[in-house]
Design a binder for this molecule. Structure first.
Ligand code: NAI
Length: 628
């Protein structure tokens, strides 16, 4: 037997309370508008929480409203734009089940009917109050003879309907719960997409953060493949609030722990998590990944991904994302600042000033304009530094082990030696590969110009600090700066040790090249964006361990995602299985790497649900999901 679904209108079907909005319209231009609207909201809330009787709340609100008939037309236009998002996207469900849906509301038919009828809900299924008007069209009150106008009106109204079959109630107010409490409904679903009242959620049989959750629970047709509220995100290590906000706005459930978790703690927590967000301190081991049986993606809100066992992540079908260039600009700005400071010999002047020494002199102090900047490693940071340095009038040369397109007027040099010989400032921006250990040592410094400066903001092991020490002592180098070190303190309490601490024209910074509020907020937006494109559409572009696919919109198709071990014949089996079910393929995309294959197949929407079961049975399958 098909269930009856009773749905509340205000703050459920629409995002707002109709009367609150009507007050804003009818009191427009009045000096007491804000005060009255506020009072109306307060009365609405007291009523919704069951703290004052309904009839009283309605009478008081209508008195404050001073609305007219023509205000209702404006209200309807505004309400059309405020239909709850999950109702709007599930319009097809309403069109199919309209006759089983009853709108039971203490609101007013005059504005409810024009909103719900286009969804296929017949007029006879709309139960609400009606306004009364005077001869000039002013709202004077409400028709007190209607059942819904009385206290406990919803319960009385449903009793009068004598519904046969299962009855479910969806609403955000206490009066919606009272229907279940009185024994007239089988279940009450607290709808929290717009408003969350603990007095209501505490008594609900189930909380439905959107209509999708209700439809999913009852296996009713729904517009999306899986309710977003069921996707749990675990956010560790104090990740910026912006990321939390983005995930919440998407409708995901977010749990936050403001520190890194040890392996055993993480294994416990990860069981029902779909998305794990970390920074550099949380180690995501094979054991953690194996325990994450619902895990789809990991967001590393930093650059490096060494803390994650990327192979194990692939074997579990977990896509990993990081933020490779969200802090590029911050590093570039610090490099520029350090170049200028060292060229002017500011650090040694500052140290002298702190000791009470006035060292005013132009000796060996230079502008950067016209000087040669040698950039080693022309990647994200190196190439952006090149552009900013040129805008200061520097002449830029660079050396990279792979061919890189020069930006602006920068010149590529054939080898490191040529760069070292002609540069006034040498700055290192290579990646952390092992072969870069001591890339700049004694023999390289020996090739540098006398009184040139050297900077390293890349990785600590790239510089031989003993060689730097000698070159500062024998005045070969005019200045030196480092932001990264072979041994960095594990926390702010541990002492920082280095043989060149306190040297004259040096700048040592505690690995803060990328540490700006702007970079943190860029990372907080970049990583969730990539993860959501993966969860919602299967896009893997930018993933560090999955074959990178940039997919077109899936249009009016269902998208099957099949992740498998990279063994031969799987794609053929996927296609044979789809063909066995007589399903038409609209588009197909494949990417592989050394461990996994990633096949996306867009298919026509009508197919037997056993198709998914069969796809899961193909040997080597790691994960299968469907998106629509
Ligand atoms: P990237 O990977 O985009 O660029 C690195 C470039 O260096 C590549 O073009 C590569 O071909 C080149 N390269 C590697 N070895 C080389 C060698 N021996 N000689 C010449 N070129 C070589 O990396 P991105 O994003 O530009 O970062 C650069 C470095 O900065 C990385 O080591 C990164 O870890 C570090 N970094 C430091 C931060 C800080 O807070 N100080 C913040 C962000 C990044």
């Amino acid at each position: 037997m098909k269930p009856y679904i009773i749905i509340d209108f205000d703050s459920t079907f629409t995002k707002v309370e109709g009367l609150d909005l009507l007050a804003e319209i009818s009191l427009k231009g009045r000096s007491d508008r804000a005060e009255k609207v506020k009072r109306i909201r307060e009365i609405t809330n007291l009523g919704m929480e069951g703290k004052i009787k309904f009839k009283k709340s309605l009478e008081e609100r209508l008195k404050l409203l001073e609305a007219k008939r023509e205000d209702i037309d404006v209200l309807v236009k505004r309400l059309e734009k405020k239909i709850s998002s999950s109702f709007k996207r599930n319009e097809a469900f309403f069109q199919e089940y309209g006759s089983q849906i009853l709108i039971i509301s203490s609101g007013f038919k005059e504005f409810i009917q024009p909103i719900v009828e286009p969804f296929g809900i017949p007029t006879r299924n709309i139960y609400a109050n009606e306004f009364t008007y005077d001869s000039q069209g002013r709202i004077t009150g409400f028709d007190k003879r209607r059942i819904l106008a009385s206290n406990n009106g919803k319960v009385k109204q449903i009793k009068a309907l004598e519904l046969k079959g299962p009855v479910y109630v969806i609403g955000d107010g206490y009066t919606d719960y009272e229907i279940k409490e009185s024994g007239l409904a089988d279940k009450f679903y607290a709808f929290t997409e717009n408003v969350k009242r603990t007095s209501v959620t505490d008594v609900a049989d189930h909380i439905t953060p959107s209509l999708d959750e209700f439809l999913y629970k009852h296996k009713l047709p729904m517009a999306i493949s899986y309710p977003k509220s069921r996707i749990k995100v675990l956010v560790l290590e104090n990740i910026h609030n912006e990321a939390i906000k983005i995930f919440k706005e998407e409708g995901y459930q977010v749990e936050r722990v403001n520190r890194a978790l040890e392996e055993t703690e993480l294994i416990k927590k990860i069981q029902d998590v779909s998305i794990l967000c970390i920074r550099s301190k949380t180690q995501v081991s094979k054991r953690v990944l194996e325990a994450g049986n619902k895990l789809h993606a990991i967001g590393a809100f930093c650059i490096g991904t060494n803390q994650i066992d990327l192979h194990a992540a692939m074997d579990q079908g977990v896509a990993v994302y990081n933020a490779p260039y969200s802090n590029t600009r911050s590093v570039v700005e610090l490099a520029i600042a350090q170049i200028i400071m060292l060229m002017r010999r500011i650090p040694e002047r500052m140290r002298a000033m702190d000791q009470g020494e006035w060292r005013k002199s132009a000796e060996k102090s230079n502008e950067v304009r016209g000087k040669v900047l040698g950039i080693i490693g022309y990647g994200n940071i190196g190439s952006q530094l090149s552009v900013v340095a040129e805008s200061l009038g520097m002449e830029v040369v660079y050396y990279d082990i792979i061919d890189k397109m020069p930006l602006g007027n920068a010149r590529e040099l054939p080898d490191l030696e040529s760069l070292l010989k002609i540069s006034d400032a040498v700055t290192v921006h290579v990646d952390g590969r092992q072969s870069n250990k001591n890339l700049i040592g004694r023999s390289q410094i020996a090739k540098m110009k006398k009184d040139s400066i050297l900077l390293n903001l890349s990785r600590g092991h790239v510089i031989d600090f003993a060689a730097v020490k000698t070159s500062l002592e024998n005045k070969k180098l005019k200045g030196f700066s480092a932001d990264v070190f072979p041994h960095e303190p594990a926390n702010n309490k541990e002492e920082f040790k280095l043989p060149i601490r306190g040297y004259e024209n040096t700048i040592l910074t505690p690995h803060i090249g990328g540490s700006t509020l702007e970079a943190q907020s860029n990372i907080a937006r970049f990583v969730p964006d990539k993860i959501m494109k993966y969860i919602n559409a299967g896009n893997t572009y930018g993933s560090v361990n999955f074959p990178n696919l940039r997919l077109p919109d899936q249009g009016d198709a269902h998208r099957l995602i099949h992740i498998h071990q990279n063994i031969s014949g799987v794609l053929a089996q996927v296609n044979d299985t789809i063909a066995d079910f007589n399903v038409n393929i609209v588009g197909q995309y494949l990417g592989t790497n050394e461990r996994i294959g990633y096949v996306i197949t867009d298919i026509n929407k009508i197919y037997h649900k056993d198709l998914m079961k069969q796809l899961r049975k193909i040997e080597g399958t790691i994960k299968v999901r469907v998106l629509y």
